[in-house]
Design a protein around this ligand. Structure first.
Ligand code: TYD
Length: 211
């Protein structure tokens, strides 16, 4: 089973993914936890470029192709083999991030992005996508606080530096994707305390595991 988690900056994905993997382990399910960008060696190099403030001059289309290159290699090297060996794969961001950020955020053509995503993943599609939905302003202030505490503002702040209306468009994009793919998406309100969000995430995943 292939599960992806999506959401705006500061929606709590990292915390929820950790909890989800702990629950899967406790249920005796072997898990591969991975992420995009940066889930394979090539991806780690690309991630450093993509998230660096130094890349502020990166052309939108160049940025797009770096995310797609990361995705293609990551699917071939990590995700497909793990799924074939019977693992549950949990991926922090996947195809929907490209549509939300490069499509709704940057303004690239969504239909084109959908086709390019299909080329990159070569048929490896999520069985379940959990959207941790949060107001963009609330998410941004959480992300800023986290970066400040971790001292990562300078190295990993390129997207956090975007204006609020960019993140508002990203959120709108996610909600549009969820509405367009109701079978695949479960939308969870990310505003409550982490324990409550984790419960909702586990409910969504365990329902699919059982089915
Ligand atoms: P990450 O540190 O994973 O962000 P977060 O902690 O918020 O999940 O950084 C990934 C960034 O890359 C994030 O801002 C979203 C962006 N992104 C895209 O713009 N397009 C994509 O296809 C992917 C996978 C990520």
């Amino acid at each position: 089973m292939f599960v992806t988690l999506e959401g705006v900056e500061g929606s709590g994905k990292s915390t929820q993914i950790e909890r989800l993997c702990a629950s899967l382990n406790a249920a005796g399910r072997p898990v591969t936890l991975t992420r995009q960008p940066g889930g394979c060696e090539l991806g780690r190099t690309l991630r450093a470029i993509l998230l660096s403030q130094k890349s502020s001059g990166l052309d939108d289309r160049a940025e797009l192709f770096l995310y797609l290159a990361d995705r293609a290699q990551h699917v071939a090297e990590v995700i497909r083999p793990a799924l074939e060996s019977g693992q549950v794969v949990v991926c922090d961001r996947y195809i929907d991030s490209t549509v939300a950020y490069q499509g709704y955020g940057r303004g690239l053509d969504v239909a084109l992005l959908t086709r390019l995503n299909a080329v990159a993943v070569a048929g490896v599609l999520p069985d379940l996508t959990i959207l941790l939905d949060l107001d963009a302003a609330a998410g941004l202030s959480r992300a800023m606080a986290r970066n400040h505490a971790a001292g990562t503002a300078a190295s990993e702040g390129r997207f956090e530096a975007e204006h609020l209306d960019f993140h508002t468009r990203v959120r709108r994009g996610y909600l549009a994707l969820a509405a367009a793919h109701p079978q695949r998406f479960v939308v969870i309100d990310a505003a409550p305390v982490p324990e409550l969000v984790a419960r909702a995430v586990w409910q969504a995943v365990s329902a699919r595991l059982g089915g």
